[in-house]
Design a protein around this ligand. Structure first.
Ligand code: NAD
Length: 493
């Protein structure tokens, strides 16, 4: 590490340790009064800071403030609300470097990638501000001489609960659609990575009206308390399917609430014999999202390659994965940092050990790098000799682990791709347009790439089928999902 890199890193460690981290309850910035949680540094296993969670009363205060603010906020025009979101995006953009550093220190994700994430979060806020004018209703000629109208009405208070893997990007982008649609929002970031969301909340002061946006900090109990608040009518969750199901259960126990779920994936990349091989190999590296240590819902963790290509593909892919540079995430050139926690790292290692015991061949990685120290590092890992029904081929590892499997024909490729409970993304590699269309329609996935992977196109609905969730985001579908239709019939005769 150069002196300058070391200096910058130390400066951010000091900033995180000494800054007073506060919740935003309505317009009040306050330290939490719940149990204190350590925020860990994934790079070396040290404690970055200690933060108090929101108490149950503070969760209720945030929701009450959001409910008080809701009538005035919904009374604004969509364009006016979009204007607020745009101004907030401008302010956040002025602090983009700060958010990138906070996420790098807090989540262990590479600094260059967190700079891109910060830009993406801000871009998506602006996209929803632009979509404000698409909020409109219909006139329906349902009877002669009368008027039949529909209005997209906001729900009131929306709870947004997000995971650890894109801390700022998710906090920023997932705030925008509910706000533009006329709701007020209480956000709960992951208890593992709350820093950028708490900083974002500070910067909302003087930008967003009181109560329109609150941030509470804490784990499962705080999330559950938020879900159960009577005035929360709409819950949008991004995270694991296990927690998603708990949220559905809790919501159903206390009322009838609208719940959308962006959950995990066990995504297949399918390489047909006519694929452009160089591009497909590069995409298989990109698609696994090693920059996130494989901790990405859309990661192509199963690579299905036609028999005729599998030997060459595997050799070249393994060489490319073996060359990935691992290290401290703020160092330039580092392509993979640590995983989020010791628990997640040990869970991923456990998957690999069980797969090896069951007969899979470890082609590269599979362990902890020699210089990991107390950091939560795991080597990029590739296996073959895996059967489609094995645990490693069906469960979401959420770590840097890829299985390569061979197939003989299109029917088998689709059958194997669909032989999992998840259905988030798929990546299809072929130059045959008819095959591309056929297979895209046949795979169980909400978001499909043909001759590409990992790219999210703003405006194109993202979300999963099966265990991967309910609902679509990143598009006008997301905006409208924060409204419910009111029909008004004006009888004039
Ligand atoms: P997680 O499900 O453990 O936690 C997500 C959030 O839920 C956190 O804020 C957590 O505090 C909160 N939570 C936990 N228990 C709760 C409860 N009982 N009630 C309310 N909230 C509760 O997920 P994670 O480990 O942070 O993230 C990884 C998962 O997220 C993976 O499965 C990944 O695929 C998924 N994910 C999906 C998408 C998508 O767009 N589909 C995007 C990113 C991550």
């Amino acid at each position: 590490m150069t002196d300058q890199e070391n200096h910058d890193y130390q400066r951010w460690l000091d900033t995180v340790a000494t800054r007073s981290w506060r919740l935003r309850l309505g317009s009040d910035l306050t330290v939490g009064h719940g149990a204190v949680l350590p925020i860990m540094n994934p790079t070396d296993g040290s404690v970055l800071a200690e933060l108090a969670q929101a108490s149950p009363a503070e969760v209720a205060d945030a929701v009450d403030a959001a409910a008080v603010a809701a009538p005035a906020w919904r009374a604004l025009t969509p364009r006016e609300r979009g204007g607020y979101v745009r101004r907030y995006a401008d302010v956040l953009e002025g602090h983009a470097d700060e958010f990138a550093w906070l996420d790098t220190v807090d989540a262990g994700l590479p600094l260059w990638m967190m700079c891109k994430d910060a830009a993406t979060g801000i871009e998506r806020m602006r996209m929803f501000a632009d979509l404000a004018l698409s909020l409109s209703g219909l006139t329906i000629p349902a009877s002669a001489g009368n008027l039949h109208l529909t209005f997209p009405e906001p729900f009131g208070v929306v709870a947004r609960i997000i995971p650890f893997n894109h801390p700022f990007m998710f906090a920023a982008s997932k705030l925008a659609a509910p706000l533009v649609a006329g709701n007020t929002v209480v956000l709960k970031p992951s208890e593992l990575t709350p820093l950028s969301a708490l900083r974002m909340a500070e910067l909302a002061e003087d930008i967003l009206p009181a109560g329109v946006f609150s941030v509470v900090h804490g784990g499962a109990e705080v999330g559950d308390a938020l879900v159960r608040q009577p005035l929360v009518r709409r819950i949008a969750f991004t995270g694991s399917h296990g927690v998603g199901r708990k949220i559905q259960r809790s919501a159903a126990e206390v009322g009838v609430k609208h719940v959308s779920l962006e959950l995990g994936g066990k995504n297949a990349m399918i390489v047909f014999p006519d694929a452009e091989l160089d591009a497909a190999i590069a995409a298989a590296v990109k698609g696994m999202n090693f920059a996130f240590a494989g901790q990405s819902c859309g990661s192509t963790s199963r690579v299905l390659v036609h028999d005729s290509l599998v030997a060459e593909f595997t050799d070249r892919y393994v060489a490319a994965v073996g060359a990935i540079r691992q290290g401290a995430p703020w160092r330039p050139g580092v392509q993979i940092g640590p995983m989020i926690s010791q628990q997640q790292r040990d869970r991923a290692l456990g998957f690999v050990q069980r797969a090896s015991s069951a007969g899979a061949r470890l082609l590269v990685g599979g362990g902890v790098p020699g210089d990991a120290g107390a950091g939560y590092f795991m080597q990029p890992t590739v296996l073959n000799g895996v059967t489609p029904q094995d645990e490693i081929a069906t469960e979401e590892v959420f770590g840097p682990v890829v299985s390569i499997m061979a197939f003989t024909d299109e029917t088998e490729a689709v059958r194997v791709a669909n032989a999992v409970e998840y259905g988030l993304t798929a990546s299809i590699w072929t130059r045959d347009l008819a095959r591309a269309h056929r297979v895209s329609r046949a795979v169980d996935a909400g978001y499909v790439w043909v001759n590409d992977t990992s790219t999210h196109f703003p405006g194109v609905p993202f979300g999963g089928v099966k265990l991967s969730g309910i609902g679509r985001e990143e598009s006008v579908d997301e905006l409208l999902s924060y409204t419910e239709t009111k029909a008004v019939n004006v009888v004039m005769s």
